[in-house]
Design a protein around this ligand. Structure first.
Ligand SMILES: Nc1nc2c(ncn2[C@@H]2O[C@H](COP(=O)(O)OP(=O)(O)OP(=O)(O)O)[C@@H](O)[C@H]2O)c(=O)[nH]1
Ligand SMILES: [Mg+2]
Length: 442
């Protein structure tokens, strides 16, 4: 089966806790603080890999969790950082973050080998050695390691083939794919044999390229009729199109009428598609008994391709290829042309500026640092990344840590915000799962 959309859960590693310790040595009565810092939790990266062609494996393994770091130790020994986690995904995967059903686009992995940081590992907690100051030479304070980012993602694979095969149902697209690549798509003499895209790698004259075959297109496809339209977005990213036409026609319509009909659908669907280099391929020439018939068909196509309007709207090659996908007649000539065209396209592309790739997570909308909400008469919540992280990293069993925690909140303006909301003595203030009793002197 062709899986092209999966949901996965990614979690970066937790930072190690900082250590609270004092140097104890014989004959050194007042050893200083020597608790080391915790290491950094593992980051999670995605790496685009063009050898991968499906997201199927992710359906069996939807959870990815990077390792936690080591805790800090005495003698100022810092904990070791955790290893980062690299997840290989097929080139062409679009990554979005999910919050419930709300989807936010993050990045499109278009280049082979592209690496992107998706979830940051938690920072290591500081040990008491690093809290030492001139005023406080023996701090009894240390931080817990921060949690790593947790994020639910949707991965969607948009095929990146070099060549897209389009045309009416039954035109012989899958037959051509199977004859020039090792792909084995289903082939049969009825429309809609192909239900989802097939990919194949064609290796010819020491060159190789990827061909995608999609379900046949029909009239009003751009309005959602038939199956093919849903898959045209795959074709949107190819470098060129092979428009296959059955010389025998389809549904009692002559071949050239079908050709025009499909072009109309492409035109209604997207500007990107019509501007792609297109090669017209007349297929099943073995089934034509008279040369005269072929001549008539050829003339009709030549006329269409020469028309000024067509030339303005489409980017088709004026050369028409007449082949038989079944017998292999003239398919080599067609491949020669494909290779030549791809080379030209590649060379023109090289000159275009490579656009910048966003290599950072983009999902965090920057809001005010925190938000205070009044839940009821005596209960308030404070939410915000910084506040929550601070609470998570604080040891509430260390008196000095607790003091530091409230000091930072005060500096951030949390107390003022609470007062504005009407907080009174002994009301409860909730941060994460913890509740604190409000006292005027904090
Ligand atoms: N005589 C002849 N028959 C062909 C040729 N190419 C394909 N066919 C036949 O045409 C029928 C349809 O071929 P497919 O390759 O399944 O066509 P398709 O374009 O993939 O069709 P859909 O997947 O339904 O869109 C099959 O019975 C093929 O054997 C050809 O060159 N000559
Ligand atoms: Mg097919």
């Amino acid at each position: 089966m062709f899986t092209d959309k999966v949901r996965i859960f990614v979690q970066a590693g937790r930072g190690g806790d900082g250590c609270l310790s004092f140097r104890r040595e014989k004959y050194v009565p007042l050893g200083g603080p020597d608790g080391g810092n915790g290491g950094r939790g593992g980051d999670v990266y995605f790496v685009a890999d063009k050898e991968m062609t499906t997201l199927q494996d992710f359906t069996y393994r939807p959870h990815f969790i990077a390792g936690n770091a080591e805790h800090g130790m005495g003698s100022k020994k810092n904990g070791r950082d955790a290893e980062d986690l690299y997840i290989q995904i097929p080139t062409g995967t679009v990554i979005s973050s999910m919050e419930g059903e709300e989807k936010t686009f993050m990045i499109d992995m278009i280049e082979d080998g592209q690496k992107v940081l998706i979830a940051n590992g938690g920072r290591g907690g500081r040990g008491n050695a690093s809290f030492k100051t001139q005023r406080n030479t023996a701090p009894r304070i240390s931080e817990k390691g921060a949690f790593g980012d947790k994020i639910t993602l949707e991965l969607e694979l948009k095929l990146i083939a070099d060549v897209g095969l389009i045309g009416c149902p039954n035109a012989g697209k899958s037959t051509l794919l199977s004859s020039v690549t090792s792909a084995r798509p289903k082939i049969a003499n009825y429309p809609f044999t192909t239900l989802s895209p097939n990919l194949g790698v064609c290796t010819y004259k020491n060159k190789s390229f990827v061909i995608a075959d999609i379900p046949g297109l029909i009239e009003n496809a751009h309005k959602g009729k038939g199956l093919g339209m849903e898959f045209l977005r795959h074709i949107e990213r190819t470098k060129m199109l092979l428009h296959m036409v059955d010389v025998l026609g389809f549904e009692n319509r002559e071949s050239w009428k079908n050709f025009e009909l499909i072009n109309k659908e492409l035109y209604s669907y997207s500007d990107v598609l019509v501007k792609k280099p297109m090669i017209v391929v007349l297929n099943k020439i073995d089934s034509l008994t008279s040369k005269k018939d072929m001549l008539i068909i050829r003339k009709k196509f030549e006329k269409i391709l020469k028309a000024r309007k067509f030339r303005k709207d489409f980017n088709a090659d004026s050369r028409i290829f007449e082949i038989s996908a079944v017998t292999g007649e003239s398919t080599k000539k067609l491949l020669d042309e494909v290779i030549f065209k791809l080379k030209v396209i590649f060379e023109t592309k090289k000159e275009e500026k490579v656009k910048d790739i966003i290599s950072d997570t983009k999902d965090y909308v920057i809001k005010s640092e925190f938000e205070v909400e009044r839940i009821n008469d005596h209960l308030f919540t404070v939410k915000g990344k910084k506040v929550e992280k601070l609470a998570q990293m604080t040891h509430f069993n260390q008196e000095e840590s607790v003091r530091r925690f409230f000091n930072i909140l005060k500096k951030m303006g949390v107390e003022r915000a609470l007062k504005r909301k009407g907080v009174k003595e002994a009301d409860l203030v909730r941060i994460n799962e913890m509740e604190f009793e409000y006292k005027t002197v904090i």
